[in-house]
Design a protein around this ligand. Sequence first.
Ligand SMILES: [Zn+2]
Length: 147
Amino acid sequence: MSQCIFCRIAVKEVDAVIVYEDEHIMAFLDIGPIRPGHTQIIAKSHVATFEELPPALAARILHLGQQLARRMKQVYAVDRVAFLFTGGDVAHVHAHVVPMHEKTDITSARYLVGSDRPVWGSEHLMVHRQILENVRTELGFVTSPDV
Ligand SMILES: [Zn+2]
């Protein structure tokens, strides 16, 4: 058994609010979202970094990101959705998909402890399960086989 938190989510040993799942990938809502709807897309198999992904799996993740982005634009009335691999927190490949309300939504500021820079969404960093469930309902991507 892997101790990697995303591997544990992939096998449902750790709970997550899943918005998409198939044999190869899974998408779930970030528990500390930059903006409501902030989603993580992971490969179910443990791959540490995006450059190690087999191209077909990378394409599958990107394609789901495109689908989520189109839906997020409708739901959150934003012009842009960010898609990025950072890998700074969990060493298991994951793409962040974030509705962009402000150009500064994607910064490293939220990772900086003690920063005096304003960080949007700090009130959302300790969200409750029901809030995430409401976001999943808004996105309408529930395809988990056990839901
Ligand atoms: Zn892993």
